[in-house]
Design a protein around this ligand. Sequence first.
Ligand SMILES: C[S@@+](CC[C@H](N)C(=O)[O-])C[C@H]1O[C@@H](n2cnc3c(N)ncnc32)[C@H](O)[C@@H]1O
Length: 222
Amino acid sequence: MELQIIKTGDGSQTLYVPAMDEQYHSTNGAVTESNYVYIEKGYLFNESKKPTVFEVGFGTGLNCLLTALLAEKQERCTTYYTIEKYPLDKEIIQQLDYGKIISAEAQTLFGKIHDCKWNEPVEISKYFTLIKLKSDLITNNLKDIRNCDVIYFDAFGPDKQPEMWCPEIFNKIFAITAINGVFVTYSAKGEVRRQLTKSGFEMERIPGPPGKFQMMRGIKKK
Ligand SMILES: C[S@@+](CC[C@H](N)C(=O)[O-])C[C@H]1O[C@@H](n2cnc3c(N)ncnc32)[C@H](O)[C@@H]1O
């Protein structure tokens, strides 16, 4: 699949997929969007002292890197599951090198996050354990995963990849979410909200990152 590296509004880069006319992050700012949608509204919103995170779509590893940095800073022991069907080539990762634009610590973590083995737990740093699943979310039943405190739902858009935004997937995600667990996504689409509500999440629309009016957050109350 052809991928193009493009610059976004905050100066950080992302990937554009011409075949889908879709990008990995917001063109208004990749790092800004990740920090706002997933870190601020998800990871920091949840109060668990030792959170388990589940991410849909590892992609460039940017959400993962930002979470690892905060886990270390806050000494908050974090277990991070992420699933990816189409891992990116090393050359693309090296060109993006999000670590480089953030800090020396980020650069080291970014390397470890990408170099570590798939499908087994790896201690990336003192407070951050990563399990990268090289797998298809549509067919994987996530049977060994439970009690996730934070869900980062970062699939390609519902108009571009509708099969990722359907009741079967949302029910599966609901089943692995802990009580009081938080679900965040950049999408604010009405149909997505209705499906997530049917799956059991109590959904709300909240202000979105720069360039986006709203995003969605859900809680598993029971
Ligand atoms: C919007 S991008 C994710 C961006 C990523 N979170 C980041 O920080 O770079 C969506 C990701 O979902 C992955 N994906 C698409 N279909 C999938 C599937 N069926 N199962 C698992 N991952 C899938 C894509 O390859 C892509 O990496």
